[in-house]
Design a protein around this ligand. Sequence first.
Ligand SMILES: [Zn+2]
Length: 327
Amino acid sequence: MLLGPMHAIALPPGVQVLVHDWLSSNTVVLFDDAESASVVDTGHLARARRTCEGVRGALAGRRLRRIVNTHLHSDHCGGNAALQREHGGPQQCTIVVPAGELQAVNDWDESGLSFVQAGQQAESFAAAASYADGQVLQLGGLRWQAHAAPGHDAHALMLFQPDSRLLITGDALWEYGFGVLFCEFDSGDGFAAQRRTLQRIAELQPALVVPGHGAVFGDAQAALRRAGERLEMFERDPRRHVAHALRVLLKFHLLEQGSMLPLPRVRQWFEGAELVARIVRRQLPAQSVAAAFDSTLDDLCRAGAAVLRDGRVGDPEVDAAARADTP
Ligand SMILES: [Zn+2]
């Protein structure tokens, strides 16, 4: 279990959090009993081996019976297939997804799955069950309430354990911020939906938050205050949210690729990703996708979040590692 050194936070017995990086969501391991366990979210495909190893270590001989996803983004369900394979296949290990995604995932519907639209990596899997807002799940020997968390994703759910007041938020609330409000680009109600989600979190009064990314934290009130301010900033100037979304998608692609890429290839990906095209078309009608790529890459490079060197583009850490390898 990896927790930030400043966080002397005790999780309820039977709950462990495997904290990953920004590309890959955290994985929550819940011991159902001495023999079996469940996990919530499985990280990104590029980290699937690491997730499998982490889960194997945490299980300490238990069998993984269930995989639950907070939402079906590539960084939250990328390890589903590998984990299920390792733990006996669909007969032994059930995948449970938000009800609104069940059909799309089982059809592996290219128009309904965000990572396909965003041109992100994923390995297909099938879900045997779903859960919805208001439902109670028995996980880790504890009762968890499912709560709708639209805004970042229309179908996203959070899991709240009322006795310990532990809340698993996915990307609805991090210690510092929240995920891009993709609902704003689909249905145009992302800001309003996120406001409702933050309100719901405030009402739950969590004592402990396990976010989709970053360390477990205790001060939910402070996180909600910061999130509220950020949301207001985006509402005041939606173009900032659009620019942020494009930066996130491009940065995510660079992390996902994990190597320095020729500039034309990155441009081609950006211009070919359906989600990017939709965001630009709807939100920046005066701008071409090509111009949006130039300004997004420029923003990332100026912020030190991407490097353009000798006609190749990549994440700064990847660039540093590549240069260290060069004699
Ligand atoms: Zn997400």
